[in-house]
Design a protein around this ligand. Sequence first.
Ligand code: PLP
Length: 412
Amino acid sequence: MAELSPVLKQATPVLAARGEGVYLYDEQDRRYLDFTAGIGVTSTGHCHPRVVEAAQRQVGTLIHGQYTTVMHRPLLQLTERLGEVLPEGLDRLFYVNSGSEAVEAAVRLARQATGRQNIVAFQGGFHGRTMGAAALTSSGTKVRAGIGPLMPGVVFTPFPEPYRQHCSQAEAVRWALAEFDHLLVTLSSPRDTAAIIVEPVLGEGGYIPAPPEFLRGLRERADQHGILLIVDEVQTGVGRTGRFWGHDHAAIRPDILITAKGLASGFPLSAIAAGEDLMATAWPGSQGGTYGGNAVAAAAAIATLDVVRDEKLVDNAAEQGARLQEGLRKVAAEHPVIGDVRGLGLMIGNEFTTPDGLPDTATATRAHQAAAERGLLLLTCGPHGNVVRMIPPLIVTAEQVDDAVARWAEAL
Ligand code: PLP
């Protein structure tokens, strides 16, 4: 345990000394299977040799050249590489450093482009902790507690959550879309609504995949009313869900896409992508930031995209994700305290519920800690912290998945 810690509360007592692939090592050289991946960031594993090499080379060449002042080759190359994987027409990119900053940039763009103020966000959604992003976040109360007043113009509506809403997926979708329609005639008329912001998998809210027909329903409504659809792929992007983008599962096209986390294997880099016409509307205002599009982060991102392609990590996420989910379901069958196992690709949640159907945060917390004691690092999420989530690097192997499932069973 660290004696002096820069954080107030640490989820595990681990003092990480080094990382290699799917493993983290502490200062006593104890090895941990890292199924947190720095909260979904180290997509290619810890210190992938190609990412290390690209970053080291770039550090010795050009560390930073603020790109609204001087452009640099790594950012041009990254933009070209992203162009190969971004949805058609989303060919203009704006770079910042974190998910929250990118979310804020997307909101600025949506408001400037439409001249409308309101943003529709989802109950249980998470978009970050900066003031604007916190205003869009409703998963749990902690993010917003005591920091108001927050950015006005945000209206919340329900997300389909079949398990918690005690209904089928089709019913949950019907109900959530009906609530959305209701909101447009009550709280936020289309004339005032700039954008909808949605996660393809509700992340911090408890790892609940958005049903494809729900995302398609939102797309239709956005088109009908001239509302922009912002898809927050901060956690779901770059292969995490077994498709390159989480929204690919629904075959929809966002108007603004947000990417961060797994994009640069641990270097701080995020971006929003939008069409040229839309992005042009942002420039009369002030967009930018000192560190956005840093050259070393960009070089690491190019290497990350190369590794994702060359090692077929999107397919691996789908394959190992299915294996992990199957293993976890078998474990859950032995432990009725786990009421639901769900997810997409390598983004899987285990929801802990008491026999009378209430969130069982205490048991989830104990299981999470017991797993760490058995060398398996996990995270919790959900509005009550009662979902234990697994989000390993995309390079995870079948053996490592089986090892994690065995440790999880033992922890339970
Ligand atoms: N959006 C989503 C969907 C996230 O999961 C997160 C972080 O977990 C954010 C935005 C905020 O990203 P950051 O912590 O990099 O600011």
